[in-house]
Design a protein around this ligand. Structure first.
Ligand code: FES
Length: 125
């Protein structure tokens, strides 16, 4: 993974993003979805970790996105699933739903959205 880029310029102009339709963006780290919450942009994996439902088409309520397929809910800032009670498995085996893959977002000099390599990819180096 050492040849993965540290950043990826989406070429999308931040000011032109349609806020009502988070869009999937193909990146070196997989397909990510851009969401805007107030003044902030979040980039998380575009497809749900459950059965790969289109999380980018999910419903937003604050920082929480709800997957349209089976209504799992995730916090965009932390990536954590927020609707599940800890299961026996999660409590005793360290399992449960892993957090969404997330990229830090910044706006480049040209006004385009630039994503940082996800933390998860770093951990797995
Ligand atoms: S695919 Fe997202 S909750 Fe099932």
């Amino acid at each position: 993974l050492s040849d993965e880029p540290e950043e990826f310029d989406t070429q999308l102009v931040a000011s032109e993003l349609d806020l009502s339709r988070p869009r999937p963006v193909v990146t070196p780290w997989g397909t990510m979805a851009l969401f805007r919450v107030g003044p902030e942009l979040f980039a998380v994996q575009a497809f749900c970790p459950h059965l790969e439902g289109p999380l980018f088409q999910g419903t937003l309520a604050g920082e929480i996105v709800t997957c349209p397929w089976h209504l799992w809910r995730f916090n965009l800032r932390t990536g954590e699933r927020v609707d599940a009670r800890p299961s026996f498995f999660a409590r005793h085996a360290g399992g449960g739903t892993p957090p969404l893959l997330r990229c830090a977002v910044r706006i480049g000099a040209a006004g385009t959205v630039i994503l940082a390599r996800p933390a998860k990819a770093r951990e797995h180096r």
